[in-house]
Design a protein around this ligand. Structure first.
Ligand SMILES: [Zn+2]
Ligand SMILES: [Zn+2]
Length: 241
């Protein structure tokens, strides 16, 4: 049997394999969780590449540009050991700074991590941040796009809550330039957040200074004190889970 006779068949098989693979490929750029499960760690490929695995928690851990998934979350749960930058609350992330994307205008997305958290990236250029004790606080205004995406994106906090990872210790009130939500999280560390002279919260309480929050913040409470004050907003309790 001649090898030449097999060539058309081989070509056909290759094409079939290629199209089958194409149908299942997901594009990524920059470091990202391998699967989304903390135990599976991080993929450190910087340039655009593909995986056959769909991104887990795509709506909250990633932002996309031309179908390329860019991880913008806190890499700590996935065993990240590189340089870290401490942030507090919600802030802009500029995709074309994180990964190489050719654009004329910055592609600005927002991180919705509540309270203190880490990123592998430093605050993006051309955005206003103030630093207090090495923690970055966004000092600009939040545009309509931020508000619009909020109900969907803020669920990132529900995802991370189950992972119980270390966070930067922020034992002081955010600077006045910061206009984002002030929410105590990281119940596994003893953080005493003082905001506007309010008395410090009970150690296992979560202070919510948003009126559109819901009851899932009460998970892990020893008591259900505070339940009452949230109940009256029950009709608004949507979108965070
Ligand atoms: Zn990858
Ligand atoms: Zn962030």
């Amino acid at each position: 049997m001649s090898h030449r006779n097999l060539a058309p068949l081989a070509t056909a098989l290759l094409l079939m394999a290629a199209s089958a693979a194409e149908a299942k490929q997901w594009r990524y750029a920059g470091m990202h969780p391998r699967t989304g499960q903390p135990r599976d760690g991080l993929c450190h490929l910087e340039s655009m590449h593909v995986h056959s695995a769909a991104p887990l928690y795509a709506d909250t851990l990633y932002r996309t540009r031309d179908n390329v998934h860019v991880f913008i979350g806190d890499p700590t749960p996935f065993g990240y050991e590189g340089p870290r930058h401490s942030y507090y609350g919600h802030h802009p992330v500029v995709l074309n700074v994180l990964v190489e994307i050719n654009v004329d205008v910055d592609v600005v997305e927002y991180c919705y991590h509540d309270g203190p958290h880490y990123h592998a990236y430093e605050p993006p250029p051309r955005q206003e941040f103030v630093d207090k004790e090495d923690v970055h606080f966004y000092a600009g205004d939040y545009p309509e796009a931020y508000q619009r995406e909020n109900p969907k994106r803020v669920r990132v906090n529900t995802v991370y809550r189950g992972w119980n990872v270390p966070r930067p210790v922020v034992a002081f009130a955010p600077p006045p330039q910061y206009h984002g939500p002030i929410i105590q999280v990281g119940l596994n560390v003893d953080v005493d957040v003082k905001v506007g002279g309010r008395p410090p919260p009970p150690s296992r309480e979560v202070i919510i200074i948003r009126e559109d929050d819901d009851d899932d913040h009460h998970h892990g409470h020893d008591h259900d004190h505070g339940h009452g004050k949230h109940k009256k907003h029950k009709h608004k309790h949507k979108g965070r889970d």
